[in-house]
Ligand binder design. Structure first.
Ligand SMILES: [Zn+2]
Ligand SMILES: [Zn+2]
Ligand SMILES: [Zn+2]
Length: 94
């Protein structure tokens, strides 16, 4: 698997058109974890609706759960200094 660092657009993903101009709905943390009082490791932003969820290293994996519930395919890291995007459907960086 080749990693291009996210700077070049990967044409294997046909879902980039689903990206909207959204900002994080809950910039302070994972939407569901904030409600339940849980903690998270890293944050991921859904680029289609602005949902903020926790990563797969977090026990609740709300970003992945959000994809399964909504089929919004593309997330972006919300971690400072990280700018990569991931497509769940293609399982590739985009
Ligand atoms: Zn895709
Ligand atoms: Zn969470
Ligand atoms: Zn979403």
């Amino acid at each position: 698997m080749e990693l291009t660092g996210g700077m070049t657009q990967d044409t294997r993903c046909g879902h980039l058109s689903q990206i909207r101009d959204v900002g994080p709905r809950t910039p302070e943390g994972c939407e569901e974890c904030l409600q339940s009082g849980d903690r998270w490791v890293h944050l991921r932003l859904c680029l289609e609706c602005g949902h903020v969820g926790c990563c797969d290293e977090s026990k609740n994996r709300h970003a992945t759960r959000h994809f399964h519930a909504t089929h919004h395919p593309i997330i972006q890291s919300l971690e400072p200094g990280e700018r990569w995007r991931w497509c769940y459907l293609d399982e590739t960086f985009v």
